[in-house]
Design a protein around this ligand. Structure first.
Ligand code: ZN
Length: 263
């Protein structure tokens, strides 16, 4: 798909910038300033970046190690071919928010009705990815926030992809509210079978905006493609697709042979 690109000038240094459809908060690739291209209001959030600490070879070695781990096909590391290994800087909002859910209902699982009423009072650093269509396991990604530094374009290596956000901060907050609400509902349902009333109030303390390095690895195994996501900051696997176990007879005998020869 060819993306229709439009042009805009950096509000700080005037440099011409290209932006893809849907992008709202634009970071200038020359001076590193971020501005909201659809609003005249100044962008005031603190912008940080998590430095990447891996080379392509480091990523390969890590994924190979992961391939040799438990619950993987035994020859995965040997028989896989790497296709694409690329570094992308993804934009996240980290929202420090207190969420208080008051609820009233009852537990019915024992056959009777035991009233349940109370307050769930929690504080989160809730992460929201600033992209709409990107499928990314945000909940499973533990952003290494302690290594972040002030945003600086020179921390983004040549050849990596840099993504602007398609959500502004107020949309990110409303995404966080919806997600926390359904998370609290899920927690409630462990204990309350029939919920009569549930009401969540939010108190947003701070919103941080940051770019984090994620390596996307594409590998091929037995003619099929799979993806692995690697955290370039903490050098951890975020999530990896594992081929299904080989249940054919050939695979079965192969497994026995390997078990006997230790190959
Ligand atoms: Zn600029």
């Amino acid at each position: 798909m060819t993306e229709v690109v439009s042009n805009v000038n950096c509000r700080n240094c005037g440099a011409p910038l290209e932006l893809a459809p849907g992008e709202i908060l634009i970071t200038c690739e020359f001076c590193g300033t971020t501005f909201n291209q659809s609003s005249d209001k100044a962008f005031v959030l603190k912008h940080s970046i998590v430095p990447n600490s891996m080379s392509k070879d480091d990523v390969k070695a890590l994924v190979k190690r992961w391939m040799r781990g438990d619950t993987k096909p035994p020859n995965l590391a040997k028989a896989s071919k790497f296709h694409d290994i690329k570094l992308t800087y993804l934009p996240f909002f980290v929202i420090d928010v207190k969420a208080k859910t008051e609820f009233k209902g009852g537990m019915t699982r024992t056959g009777g009705w035991i009233p349940r009423e109370g307050v769930m009072d929690k504080e989160y650093f809730w992460k929201v990815l600033g992209r709409r269509a990107t499928r990314f396991p945000t909940r499973e990604y533990d952003i290494p926030i302690s290594t972040k530094v002030n945003f600086d374009m020179s921390k983004v290596p040549q050849g990596s992809e840099f993504h602007n956000t398609e959500l502004d901060e107020s949309e990110a907050v409303s995404v966080a509210r919806q997600e926390i609400e359904s998370h609290h509902r899920f927690l409630l349902e462990q204990d309350v079978d029939s919920v009569d009333r549930v009401d969540t109030t939010f108190d947003v303390d701070e919103i941080e905006f940051l770019h984090a390095p994620v390596w996307e690895v594409r590998y091929e195994f037995k003619g099929k493609g799979y993806n692995v996501l690697v955290d370039g900051g903490s050098k951890a696997i975020i999530k990896g697709e594992v081929p299904p176990p080989d249940t054919s007879m050939k695979g079965f005998f192969g497994n026995i042979k390997r078990a006997m020869t230790g190959d």
